[in-house]
Design a protein around this ligand. Structure first.
Ligand code: IPE
Ligand code: IPE
Ligand code: MG
Length: 253
C-alpha cells in the first residue's frame, strides 16, 4: 500500500504491487488448542489489521484477502453464521480506521446471498473509505473464480444481445476487462497459508501469471515475519511470462 518514496524495508523496488492471500488454517489452529473453529476465525481476523499496516510500510499497493468462498456456504450453519457476524463487525469496526490510514476498501463476490444488513455494511464501508489513496484492501467474500469468469462472460453476452458488440470482438482482453480486479495492478504474489497447495476456486483468471507461495503457517499465526518470508521468496523468482529471462539461459543453468 504505497504512497511512493523511499522505504525502510528495502522491498519497494523488487516488491510486488499486488499481493493476494488465501487465509487458510483457522480450523486447524483452533483444533490444536482444543477450541472450536469459531475461536480460530476470531484469531484469524485479528491478523488482518497488522497485515494492512505491514503492506503499507512495504509499499504494496493492493492486498486482496480471500475471506469466504462460494463453497464455504457448505460449512455447518453455526460456523457460517459466526463468519457472517465476524465480517459485519469487522466492517463496522475497521472501516473508520482504514479511512484514517488512507486505505480504500473494496468487496468482491456475489453479495446477494448476504443479509440486507451485511450488504448495507459493505456499501457503507466502501463509501466511507472511497477516497483512500495510500492503498487498497480487497476482501473476497462469497467469491468464486468460476462465478467471476461466468459473470464476465454474461456481461459480454448481454452486450452482444443488445447489439453493442460483435461475437468476433470477444477475446481474452475483452473478458479480462470484465473480471473483478481488472482495474487494479495484476496479482504478483499469491500466498496460501496452512500447507494446502490448491486454488480452491479463488482468482482463476487473475492468477495466470501470479507467483505462488505456500507456507505451512496456519493463518492465525501468519505475522509480519511470515509476510516478509513470502516477499523474500518472491524476490528470488524469475518472472519470464513465457519468454526468456533478461539474464539469459546461462543465469538459469
Ligand atoms: C479458513 O480457515 C477460513 C475460511 C475458509 C472461512 P478454515 O476454517 O478453512 O481452516 P481449516 O482449513 O479448517 O484449518
Ligand atoms: C479456501 O479455503 C477459502 C478461504 C480461505 C476463504 P477452504 O478451507 O474453504 O478450502 P478447501 O476446502 O480446503 O479447498
Ligand atoms: Mg480450510
Amino acid at each position: 500500500m504505497s504512497t511512493g518514496g523511499t522505504g525502510e524495508t528495502g522491498f519497494e523496488r523488487l516488491g510486488p504491487r499486488h499481493v493476494a492471500i488465501i487465509m487458510d488454517g483457522n480450523g486447524r489452529w483452533a483444533a490444536r488448542r482444543g477450541l472450536s473453529p469459531s475461536a480460530g476465525h476470531k484469531a484469524g481476523v485479528e491478523r488482518i489489521r497488522d497485515l494492512i499496516e505491514a503492506c503499507k510500510e512495504r509499499h504494496i499497493e493492493v492486498l486482496t484477502l480471500f475471506a469466504f468462498s462460494s463453497e464455504n456456504w457448505q460449512r455447518p450453519p453455526k460456523e457460517v453464521e459466526l463468519l457472517m457476524t465476524l465480517f459485519h463487525s469487522y466492517l463496522r469496526r475497521e472501516a473508520r480506521k482504514m479511512r484514517e490510514q488512507g486505505v480504500r476498501l473494496r468487496v468482491i463476490g456475489r453479495r446477494d446471498r448476504f443479509s440486507p444488513r451485511l450488504q448495507r455494511a459493505i456499501v457503507e464501508a466502501e463509501e466511507l473509505t472511497r477516497d483512500g489513496a495510500s492503498g487498497t484492501l480487497v476482501i473476497a467474500a462469497d467469491y468464486g473464480g468460476q462465478w467471476d469468469i461466468a459473470q464476465a462472460a454474461r456481461a459480454l453476452a448481454e452486450e452482444v444481445a443488445r447489439g453493442e458488440r460483435s461475437v468476433e470482438s470477444i477475446d481474452d482482453a475483452a473478458l479480462g476487462e470484465r473480471v473483478q480486479l481488472a482495474d487494479l495492478p495484476p496479482v504478483d504474489l499469491l500466498i496460501r497459508s496452512s500447507g494446502e497447495q490448491r486454488i480452491s476456486n479463488f482468482i482463476l483468471w487473475q492468477a495466470a501469471y501470479s507467483e505462488f507461495y505456500f507456507t505451512e503457517t496456519l493463518w492465525p499465526d501468519f505475522d509480519t515475519q511470515a509476510l516478509d518470508e513470502a516477499l523474500k521468496a518472491y524476490q528470488r523468482r524469475d518472472r519470464r511470462y513465457g519468454g526468456r529471462s533478461q539474464d539469459g539461459l546461462e543465469a538459469q543453468a
